[in-house]
Write a protein that binds this ligand. Structure first.
Ligand code: GDP
Length: 306
């Protein structure tokens, strides 16, 4: 029974490759362009998956989302429309796809709860991405209603880990900071970080999300999006200090307040997840960052060649 993992070259795909055992096919851009219906069909014909972990998406940090909201909307909508329709036609038994805590309404009640996903507009910085991702919840529900398809959605908080996007313009905060601090330390330069440092985020190690994904694939069959989070908030200022310390960076830190802060915070309610899997232990931030930094430093040459 083959499980197809789409978008497997990214952060969560790498973590799944590391921990999964059995019959998995890890697809990336070389296998198919999932914005093309024909190529999506050809991929499913070739792999004949019974289960799909759908990771493929156009993703990026706050700057990329602000600059290209139309592209984020278009590509994600196309990919998701194709995956659901083709999975239905190929009688896939289970489809797991991924939303994100950053697509919740900007003015939602805290902690974020899956019930509030659609009750207001997302933050203006990621409008295109957020609405396209919210549609995964709609798609899962309507494909379940009409075709009885077993599709679930998972909602991770801010994920980080090895094999992330290390591009300092388009990446998320953790990989960007590691990359920038590495360069600043080695060149004896000061470090430039974005915003004021006050925003709070829940940082989750990618391997934790991978373990929870495999659990949900086997055990979670509910239409309600399942938030995957440790519900521990860390400020960007503390994050910068932590990474600087772990990387032995003692230089000056400049805050560029012309860059966007994004949402001030997005604390999430992980109680449904805790009820399902009470014994789950999250990797603490220091250990996860240490592993990620070591991975970055030992893969630096191949990262900058990309
Ligand atoms: P978000 O969680 O969707 O807002 O996405 P990001 O991971 O891109 O940004 C999180 C927070 O980190 C925002 O408040 C940014 O302003 C802040 N930040 C500080 N320095 C950086 C940086 O070098 N890159 C990114 N992407 N964010 C940064």
């Amino acid at each position: 029974m083959t499980t197809l993992v789409t978008g497997s070259a990214g952060l969560l795909g790498a973590a799944l490759k590391k921990i999964s055992v059995g019959d998995y096919y890890f697809a990336d851009r070389m296998d198919a362009d999932l914005t093309s219906y024909e190529e999506t069909v050809a991929l499913f014909k070739r792999i004949e998956p019974k289960r799909v972990i759908h990771l493929a998406a156009k993703v990026g940090g706050i700057e990329a989302n602000k600059k290209h909201p139309g592209s984020f909307f278009y590509e994600n909508m196309l990919i998701n429309l194709n995956i659901f329709q083709v999975a239905k036609d190929f009688k896939v038994e289970k489809l797991v796809s991924f939303i994100s805590t950053c697509v919740f309404p900007d003015t939602a009640n805290y902690p974020l709860s899956s019930k509030d996903l659609h009750i207001g507009a997302p933050h203006s910085s990621n409008m295109g991405y957020a609405y396209a991702k919210r549609m995964l919840d709609v798609q899962s529900r309507v494909y379940n209603q009409e075709f009885g398809m077993n599709c679930i959605t998972l909602v991770p908080a801010n994920m980080y880990g090895p094999s992330d996007n290390w591009n300092i313009k388009s990446g998320h905060v953790v990989p960007s900071l590691i990359h920038k601090i590495y360069t600043a330390r080695n060149n004896n330069e000061s470090l430039k970080v974005w915003g004021t440092g006050s925003p709070l985020r829940e940082f989750i190690f990618s391997e934790d999300i991978a373990r929870l994904t495999l659990f949900a694939m086997d055990e979670y069959d509910n239409q309600e999006p399942l938030i995957l989070s440790n519900s521990v908030e860390t400020s960007i200022r503390d994050l910068v200090e932590k990474i600087a310390e772990l990387m032995n960076f003692n230089g000056k830190i400049d805050w560029d307040i012309s860059k966007p802060n994004g949402q001030e915070r997005k604390p999430s309610d992980n109680s449904p997840m805790r009820t399902l899997i009470p014994s789950f232990e999250f990797t603490n931030l220091n250990d996860g960052l240490q592993t990620t930094i070591e991975w970055f430093e030992s893969n630096y040459e191949s990262i900058i060649r990309k």
